[in-house]
Design a protein around this ligand. Structure first.
Ligand code: SAM
Length: 288
């Protein structure tokens, strides 16, 4: 089968099947061989890897993955793409194609079946409407993962990689960096896709930490604090936490906890790093 990374081959297959793009599924197909090569390199795919691809589309990146990996599991929600994928991927015997919604799949079961429970690599040109639920769902479910290398909206990649004090720093930066080390491998302009998205894109690799970077007694409380402090970005941390509907600390308890953590009572959430949020969570935990 012809390399779908060349636009003329993508156009030919779309016309053959009278394919209609579904906006609701975030369908923007890659048509740039250089970007595809970069993704494979950024993900460091080797012939011992089992790769989970989310949303293969017409199979463009799937072809590249199948050339480099031992096994590829490709999960596509749009049933109209399945006959196309059966044709474009027919030359490969190392691909398992599933017609399913990634958010509803038992990923642990897939890893057990296709990789004997060993860590897999996730690679995808993600549907942008569900980028965060997909990535956080993978991390929070604690399935064995080596890394996630994905094309996302440029602005989302910047937020994932941001450090305290920068304008992009927020709950997503902390949530991602709790689980993984982010690295932006490439910026990708709209003309590398068909149809062109309205936003710039970036390839980001999230390499899972071998062990969590901070120890915290109550992970749920940590993330409640993080979300609450960025929900009201303009407010001080004391007000942000006090106003949060799912937290019930008094202003005095919060001010005391900040003081015990060596932080000013007028500090804002955006100034705290992950270690400081974890320390604060442990101190507030003892207020229960
Ligand atoms: N990988 C292809 C490429 O790079 O050309 C297509 C990428 S396109 C941005 C996103 C793909 O994800 C589409 O094929 C879309 O149908 C699929 N998709 C959207 N939501 C999905 C879901 N919940 N589960 C699985 N696939 C999904």
């Amino acid at each position: 089968m012809a390399d779908l990374g060349h636009p003329q081959n993508t156009i030919a297959i779309l016309q053959k099947y009278h394919f209609v793009f579904q906006k609701k599924y975030g369908q923007n197909f890659l048509i740039d061989t250089h970007v595809l090569d970069k993704i494979i390199r950024a993900a460091s795919i080797t012939d011992s890897d089992c790769v989970l691809e989310i949303g293969p589309g017409i199979g463009t990146m799937t072809q590249y993955l199948a050339e480099h990996a031992r096994q590829v599991i490709a999960v596509e929600i749009d049933k109209h793409l399945i006959p196309i994928l059966e044709e474009t991927l027919s030359a490969y015997s190392n691909i398992t194609l599933l017609n399913a919604d990634i958010l509803k799949l038992d990923i642990q079961n897939l890893i057990d079946t296709y990789n004997k429970g060993q860590p897999i690599k996730v690679v995808a040109n993600l549907p942008y409407y569900i980028t965060t639920p997909i990535i956080m769902g993978l991390f929070e479910s604690h399935v064995p993962l080596d890394s996630i290398t994905v094309m996302v909206q440029k602005e989302v990649a910047d937020r994932m990689q941001a450090k305290p004090g920068s304008k992009d720093y927020g709950a997503l930066s902390l949530a991602v960096q709790y689980y993984a080390q982010p690295y932006i491998a490439a910026n990708v302009p709209p003309n590398c896709f068909m149809p062109r998205p309205n936003v710039g894109s970036a390839v980001i690799r999230l390499t899972r930490h071998p062990s969590l970077p901070v120890a915290v007694q109550d992970e749920k409380l940590l993330f409640q604090l993080i979300r609450a402090s960025f929900n009201q970005r303009r407010k001080t941390l004391v007000n942000g936490l006090y106003n949060a509907p799912d937290l019930s600390f008094s202003k005095e308890e919060i001010t005391n906890a900040l003081s015990k953590a060596g932080l000013s009572s007028t500090i804002r959430g955006e100034a705290l790093n992950l270690e400081q949020f974890a320390l604060l969570a442990d101190i507030l935990k003892h207020n229960d």
